[in-house]
Design a protein around this ligand. Structure first.
Ligand code: HEC
Ligand code: HEC
Ligand code: HEC
Ligand code: HEC
Length: 454
């Protein structure tokens, strides 16, 4: 019964469930020492949790036209009618009570007896008599009787999840609806953002599901696994993809600088033994060293000269699912994460940013720079003022003002692909702005002007 989807339970099932629940509850109240939650009841507990969260959504009811009469409005614009009738609005996600609503800790003793709960909820204080059914009362009672969601606040020192343990659970279940990044459902915050801002609520929904939706409740798994799942969800990106993409671009450039991580001391296993950078681990672990500033590997500028490795580019993965790229970066070829042979140099958020860059942040350099000759396909006259406005503050009008680093004119002529990559993504671990949000024409004009600098 616990595994039924909501829509597939017949009225007969529901009635039978109600009877079973009442009998069980009687049994439990007659044997108060025996506080077992019967596995068969998870369906009912989880549904009670969704009713507690938002019974209007769960029952697909119309919201009452008035605020709940007992609801104390502090900031009226923050609360709709509907939210004033949600149990959670007055009792809290962990039944801890809300001072401003005059509630204290919700005691299991009263709430877990359906008969008693029904009379509490029908009284003048609550006024749910016409809104909730017997079945709703018994599910709510089963829920109040069950264990409260565990505290996941590391500050309170209770459960701290491991973000790497339940990636599979997310990827195979939640991602179906929420997408690999938690960004797929447009009518909610990105899942990662939501989980960071509303940890208790997220945990409640992992346990009980989302009211009125087919989202599965995961109560039946151990709380520690759910805490791990939750910890992973908290690493999912915000909708401001651009920031993640640009950081991914800087990691692609030089992840050791960007993260401050300890660089590996031996050659990247995929780096050819006879290629020019073989003895320089600090160089041969950089993505750009194997795949090129133009992302074309052996088909681009690194197909010849002192950086040649004959490794393919990453263009084929532009537009792919970031999850796919993350998997590549963890495999035996790349070993950037979670390998038993190497201390993993990058963490999960780094991989997410890199994957976002590979999937969404690449450009076709040939559109903006003539291959081989490296001449920028922009207008240097147009770019001059913008260079002076945007770049000269740090680099000077002549591009030579920074004590560290190379002259901008030099880089722009010798390696325009590198210059354009940095203009779009910024320089690793420096304040240089990433200009992803600006028009490409604008950026290529700046590059064209930079090529004229001394
Ligand atoms: C508008 C605010 C509000 C809403 C909404 C609300 N309650 Fe209450 N509830 C109260 C107040 C106030 C009390 C009495 C103070 C207390 O016991 O904490 C109370 C008491 C209770 C009690 C008795 C607690 C005890 O231990 O004596 C239960 C059980 C309860 N509420 C369940 C619910 C459920 C289930 C819902 C949703 C269907 C709900 N409440 C919605 C305000 C609210
Ligand atoms: C069958 C589809 C489906 C699956 C599978 C699913 N969800 Fe959901 N989830 C939804 C829908 C639909 C919503 C409601 C979005 C909205 O607010 O309109 C939602 C809402 C949420 C919310 C609350 C967002 C909010 O704004 O209130 C959280 C948190 C959440 N899901 C987490 C998860 C997690 C974690 C998993 C995997 C254990 C998961 N979901 C699996 C469909 C799904
Ligand atoms: C030492 C060289 C090397 C480094 C450094 C390197 N890769 Fe790779 N990468 C490879 C090789 C070799 C392949 C091809 C593997 C294959 O075809 O099986 C590859 C394949 C890929 C692919 C798939 C390309 C395709 O068309 O199948 C992507 C995407 C990728 N790498 C991204 C990255 C990122 C991001 C980084 C930096 C975090 C990185 N790589 C660092 C050697 C490297
Ligand atoms: C807030 C200051 C700042 C701004 C604004 C800025 N940069 Fe930079 N840029 C830097 C720093 C710092 C470096 C790193 C220098 C180094 O390698 O030590 C850098 C590096 C570069 C490099 C690579 C140089 C090298 O030695 O590797 C290029 C190319 C570049 N910037 C171009 C630009 C362009 C074009 C603009 C305007 C669109 C711009 N920068 C705006 C601070 C800035």
């Amino acid at each position: 019964m616990a595994t039924h989807a909501r829509g597939s339970v017949s009225q007969w099932d529901k009635d039978r469930l109600a009877v079973v629940t009442i009998v069980l509850t009687l049994f439990i109240s007659l044997n108060m020492s025996c506080a077992v939650v019967l596995a068969d009841d998870i369906y009912s507990i989880a549904r009670g949790g969704r009713l507690f969260d938002n019974w209007i959504l769960e029952n697909k009811d119309r919201p009452p036209t008035e605020n709940h009469p007992q609801y104390q409005i502090d900031r009226p614009s923050m609360h709709s009618n509907e939210s004033s009738w949600r149990c959670v609005s007055c009792h809290g996600w962990k039944h801890e009570g809300r001072i401003e609503q005059g509630t204290g800790v919700l005691k299991k003793a009263k709430g877990s007896d359906p008969g008693m709960l029904a009379s509490i909820l029908r009284d003048g204080n609550h006024q749910y008599g016409l809104m909730l059914s017997e079945n709703d009362f018994s599910d709510l009672a089963a829920y109040i009787q069950a264990d409260i969601i565990p505290s996941i606040d590391p500050g309170a020192g209770i459960i701290v999840g491991d973000p790497e343990q339940e990636v599979k659970l997310y990827a195979t279940i939640c991602a179906n609806c929420h997408g690999d990044n938690g960004l797929k459902l447009n009518n909610m915050l990105p899942l990662g953002t939501f989980a960071r801002r509303h940890p208790e609520e997220t945990m409640h929904k992992i346990f009980n599901g989302h009211p009125g939706e087919r989202m599965p409740p995961f109560r039946f798994l151990e709380a520690s696994r759910l805490a791990d799942l939750f910890a992973y969800i908290q690493t999912l990106p915000d909708k401001n993809l651009l920031a993640s993409i640009a950081r991914g671009g800087r990691l692609y450039d030089h992840w050791q600088k960007e993260t401050g991580a300890q660089p590996p001391t031996s050659r990247h296993p995929a780096y050819p033994r006879q290629a020019p950078g073989a003895t320089k681990p600090l160089t041969n672990w950089r993505c750009k060293e194997c795949h090129g500033w133009d992302y074309k590997g052996l088909d681009g500028a690194y197909g010849r000269g002192s950086h040649r490795t004959d490794i393919k580019g990453i263009r084929a993965l532009a537009g792919s699912e970031p999850q796919e790229v993350m998997a590549l970066l963890m495999d035996r070829n790349h070993r950037y994460h979670g390998s038993r042979w190497f201390q993993a140099p990058l963490d999960l958020q780094d991989l997410i940013d890199l994957a976002n860059f590979v999937s969404y942040g690449q450009i076709d350099m040939d559109e903006y720079i003539v291959p081989i000759s490296g001449i920028a396909k922009g207008n240097p006259e147009q770019g001059k003022d913008d260079f002076n406005a945007l770049c000269a503050t740090c680099h000077g009008k002549n591009g030579k003002d920074l004590a560290t680093g190379r002259d901008i004119g030099d880089v722009a002529r010798k390696n325009p692909w590198e210059a354009l990559h940095k203009i779009r993504n910024g320089h690793p671990d420096e304040a240089m702005p990433a200009l992803h949000a600006l028009d490409m024409t604008f950026l290529v004009d700046i590059l064209a002007h930079a090529q004229t600098l001394p």
